[in-house]
Design a protein around this ligand. Structure first.
Ligand code: AMP
Ligand code: MG
Length: 520
């Protein structure tokens, strides 16, 4: 196709803010405000995703044209586009924060693809009525992190929003990265994000908080009709809608725990109604298996969003969504049951997922205790999660004790482990190897199935930071390298073997590698 053609069902179906001037304000009785992206001085595209472009029917010639850069940087409006920012609220770190909204994300409209459509959104394209006291821009470092990670997650099979392009704006943005009074100018950038919908839990919460039930109903009906069409004629459609969201959210969290992803800011304004991973901010990847780790410095006091707490927070967020939808459902008991059952469903799916990571496909023995014992060992021994699970497939029911210990120890950060830890690892291995005898697959078959769930390549925090450090110097090679590598995270890729390694010592406490702030 020679250009991007967009539709605007969201704005055509739902009430708009009547004010069109762009200044920060409380927006009442509306789902969104019309807003124009800010013109940038000299935009330069760093990378675009060919597969996403081809889903949108965009050919190479168009993607290499100035027009594409202009559209992706907000300098030109494409055919049919009527840009807008959504109004939503949210619970941040456990407290109701009132109106938030798209403060620096501008929706361009929906592109039709096969039987559905994809929303295009420019993140960092300038201020909107929801920018509050901030500037509406995004810096290069956070844009690289969002761009690379959302694509990495997609290829890992995790439900996520995607990216079409990453563009430098040519402008500079002032940021106090660690909130310590050391503000500095950084390169501005824009990611064009792509998803069927960017509607969040907070889009519903804002209306209920204002007792605007009319708009709550309109938005819910629109969402069901567009994204849950099977429910349109269900006599309990609102309850079923909530149940489906709970189910998808559960699925998303199991995926996060499977690959070692920590979102870092699971506020209800960052929870997608479609169960997609959304809003990549101070996220992180588990290196040494530590359920208490949070990548987000703002989260450090209570570690609310730590790795091991993600399922509980998802459930808490669903409770907030249940409250928001209550005026349409009026059935406290049924809503409560769905929220309570989340825990049960999660545990079932989590154990099933962990069994597959361990290569246990038969229904045999006490796998639950084998899994929980392993979690304890991984935690106290500082074992690298990705390397441990990837290498585990090399242990068979007939491996000898020394070999098994060697395989596991290759994933340990501090190899000088105590005698007791050594003993615990060996005892666990003996139990594991005994359990493997009940498996019907050959060792090779089991290895293949395990490799399909235990990724070899993930976007470790220090890797993203290396790509950022180079990009700040206009060298984008590592972005291309990581993007290419992370397209096949479960495959052996000998040319990238050096990235299958433990986090280097220098990255242990470095800003950007182990500590990230919300500043972006
Ligand atoms: P986040 O923590 O990124 O999910 O953002 C929370 C809220 O702050 C959302 O309403 C964002 O749109 C808004 N926000 C974050 N950064 C900026 C920024 N640079 N300019 C305007 N609004 C922002
Ligand atoms: Mg957000």
């Amino acid at each position: 196709m020679e250009t991007i053609k967009l539709k605007t069902s969201f704005t055509q179906s739902l009430p708009a803010d009547p004010i069109i001037e762009n200044f920060p304000r409380q927006v009442m009785n509306a789902c969104y405000s019309f807003v124009q992206p800010k013109v940038t001085i000299s935009p330069k595209m760093i990378i675009y995703i060919k597969e996403v472009a081809s889903d949108l029917n965009l050919d190479k010639k168009f993607c290499e044209s100035q027009e594409f850069i202009d559209i992706m940087s907000g300098n030109k409006l494409t055919e049919g586009s009527k840009p807008y920012a959504m109004c939503y609220g949210g619970h941040q770190f456990g407290h109701w924060a009132g109106q938030l909204g798209d403060g620096r994300a501008i929706n361009l409209g929906e592109a039709e693809v096969s039987e559905s459509h994809l929303n295009l959104q420019l993140k960092g394209a300038g201020p909107t009525p929801y920018s509050r006291t901030a500037d509406g821009f995004a810096v290069l470092r956070s844009s690289i992190r969002e761009f690379l990670c959302s694509e990495a997650m997609f290829h890992l099979g995790v439900p996520t929003t995607r990216a079409l392009s990453l563009t430098l704006t040519g402008e500079h943005v002032l940021r106090d990265m660690m909130y310590d009074g050391n503000a500095a100018y950084e390169k501005g950038a824009i990611v064009c994000r792509v998803a069927p919908s960017f509607i969040r839990f907070g889009n519903f919460e804002i209306f209920t908080s204002r007792n605007d039930i009319d708009n709550l109903k309109q938005l819910t009906d629109y969402t069901i009709q567009q994204y849950f069409p099977d429910l349109v004629n269900d006599k309990n459609k609102y309850l079923q809608f909530f149940k489906t969201i709970a189910d998808r959210t559960c699925d998303m969290i199991v995926h996060w725990q499977k690959v070692g992803f920590v979102h870092g800011v699971m506020n209800t304004d960052n929870m997608s109604i479609l169960g997609l991973t959304i809003d990549y901010g101070p996220y992180g990847w588990i290196d040494n298996y530590d359920p208490n780790w949070t990548p987000n410095t703002t989260d450090l006091p209570g570690k609310r969003y730590r790795f091991g707490n993600q399922p509980i927070i998802a459930q808490w967020n669903l409770l907030k969504l249940a409250n928001a939808l209550y005026p349409l459902i009026n059935d406290e008991e049924s809503l409560k049951n769905i929220v309570q059952d989340f825990r049960l469903h999660y545990t079932e799916r989590y154990l099933q997922m962990m069994k597959s990571k361990l290569g246990l496909f038969e229904n045999e023995g006490d796998d639950e205790s084998l899994i929980y014992d392993l979690e304890k060992i991984l935690q106290v021994t500082e074992i690298d999660m990705t390397i441990f699970f990837r290498n585990l497939a090399a242990i068979s029911d007939s491996s000898d004790e020394k070999d098994s210990l060697g395989i596991i120890k290759s994933a340990i950060y501090d190899e000088t482990v105590t005698e007791e830890i050594n003993k615990n690892i060996i005892l666990w291995c003996i139990k594991y190897q005994k359990r493997l005898k009940a498996e019907k697959l050959t060792n090779e078959e089991r290895k293949q199935k395990m490799n399909a769930v235990n990724p070899k390549y993930v976007l470790r925090n220090y890797m993203a930071q290396m790509a950022i450090d180079n990009a700040e110097k206009e060298n984008f090679e590592l972005i291309y390298t990581f993007y290419d590598m992370l397209k096949r995270p479960y495959d052996e890729q000998p040319e990238y073997e050096n990235w299958f390694a433990k986090r280097p010592d220098w990255a242990r406490e470095k800003i950007g590698c182990s500590m990230l702030s919300c500043s972006s």
